[in-house]
Ligand binder design. Structure first.
Ligand code: FMN
Length: 172
């Protein structure tokens, strides 16, 4: 189920002490969300659980960011990143997300867990223009080459600044 939602310019900001929590299975299907998730996403439990997490994907987000997210967590590492999400009413909300794999006793990944907090304005002022550049590179490259074009924009910037992604994202 992915309804066509028309994005609007209406922004909702997280409060200082908010935590938006969700859990997924290994394919990204929602298995749990907390009440703050439902509040910001604008869906209730029956509309969310069992759906793919891209339910709240915003079209302004570069595909290459989600590629990085999935590459990172499926290899067993934790991912930190800024994400612009789409609410059911078309509005948006920015989060600073931490995503980690969950393991069973045999050390197999059985799902993923994400906790998001309010991002600083300073960080968003750095990240938003980078995402815009990545998105435009993706669009210009066409669907087949989009992810590599977006990833190249990011890796070039990180290389110029002589910093890796993880250090960069935790430093802003
Ligand atoms: C635990 C977890 C949390 C996620 N949180 C978000 C999120 O808040 N917003 C989002 O757009 N995608 C999130 N994703 C990524 C989505 O699964 C998906 O890759 C993304 O929305 C892009 O959609 P697509 O893969 O259909 O292109 C999350 C994935 C996992 C495993």
């Amino acid at each position: 189920m992915k309804n066509k939602i028309t994005p609007t310019a209406s922004e909702r900001k997280m409060r200082d002490n908010d935590f938006i929590v969700s859990k997924t299975d290994t394919t990204g299907r929602l298995t749990y969300a907390n009440s703050v998730f439902y509040e910001f996403a604008g869906y209730d439990e029956t509309q969310s659980l069992g759906q793919q997490h891209n339910l709240i994907r915003h079209p302004d987000m570069p595909r290459s960011v989600f590629k990085l997210l999935w590459d990172t967590i499926s290899s067993g590492s934790e991912f930190n990143g800024y994400v612009k999400n789409l609410s059911s009413n078309g509005g948006f909300y920015w989060v600073f997300a931490n995503v980690t794999p969950s393991y069973d006793q045999q050390n197999n990944i059985i799902g993923y867990y994400s906790v998001r907090r309010k991002p600083s304005e300073a960080a968003l002022n750095i990240v938003s223009p980078i995402y815009e550049e990545m998105l435009s590179a993706e669009k210009n490259a066409g669907s087949r080459n989009a992810i590599s074009a977006g990833s190249t924009v990011l890796s070039d910037k990180l290389q110029q600044a002589e910093i890796n992604y993880e250090k960069f994202v935790l430093s802003i």
